[in-house]
Design a protein around this ligand. Structure first.
Ligand SMILES: Cc1cc2nc3c(=O)[nH]c(=O)nc-3n(C[C@H](O)[C@H](O)[C@H](O)COP(=O)(O)O)c2cc1C
Length: 207
């Protein structure tokens, strides 16, 4: 066992540990628009949900040196974004969209990704994504020395492909999300293990 004092680690050293430890991470493939309406698409795996009424998601968007990434700049200007769920099928395009495109250049157009108009926000969703969530910014916090952006978004609408629904739930046997691991690695879902709910079923248990 090796121990690491966190205050002796550089930012890249801490990053290397964190991305290998906090796994598997789902991938939020975020679409935004700039003032000219150009559609930006980029993946973010430092992502989870943090509230269910109203539903809220949290995503961490780091900086590129001192500058904001295009996704963060667009969200700061518009307060709107769409989280498209990345799947095994869309892995190649999702991964390709993480390349550094010039601010005015659309990853969606460059990669031939079709979009569908959203109902509540200006950024469109990606047609290839079977699940998408339209969001507005609830809160934006800056964290740490590198002023990492912790974005909390309220979900205004969920879009789920009929084929992935089992009643009011997502059918876990038909949904194939892709997860980010440390380094250049991804993972698909492995064996699904089902356990009965523990304790008495009460209203607070239904999370
Ligand atoms: C699977 C994957 C997950 C990523 N997760 C994050 C993340 O959580 N936070 C972040 O700042 N960048 C993350 N990145 C890097 C961004 O996608 C990358 O910086 C991208 O160029 C940002 O694009 P933009 O400038 O159009 O916003 C990730 C890249 C990949 C491939």
């Amino acid at each position: 066992m090796r121990s690491f004092a966190a205050n002796e680690l550089s930012a890249p050293e801490a990053y290397a540990l964190l991305v290998g430890i906090v796994v598997p991470r789902p991938v939020a493939w975020i679409t935004t628009v700039n003032a000219a309406g150009t559609v930006n698409a980029a993946p973010f795996s430092c992502y989870t949900f943090v509230c269910n009424r109203p539903p809220m998601l949290a995503v961490n968007i780091g900086r590129r040196g001192e500058a904001l990434k295009d996704t963060a700049a667009n969200i700061a200007a518009t307060g709107q974004f769409v989280v498209n769920v990345a799947t095994e099928e869309t892995l190649a395009s999702m991964h390709a969209s993480s390349a550094e495109y010039a601010p005015g250049e659309s990853e969606a157009a460059a990669l031939g990704l079709k979009t569908l108009a959203s109902a509540h926000v200006a950024p469109p969703r990606l047609a290839c994504s079977p699940i998408a969530m339209e969001c507005r910014t609830e809160r934006l916090l800056e964290l740490g020395e590198q002023r990492s952006g912790l974005l909390i978004g309220e979900v205004l609408a969920f879009h789920v492909a009929e084929a992935l629904l089992a009643g009011d739930r997502v059918a876990m046997d038909r949904f194939h999300p892709i997860a980010r691991l440390g380094g250049p690695h991804y993972a698909a879902l492995g064996r699904i293990i089902t356990q009965p709910r523990v304790g008495q079923a009460g209203p607070t248990e239904r999370r």
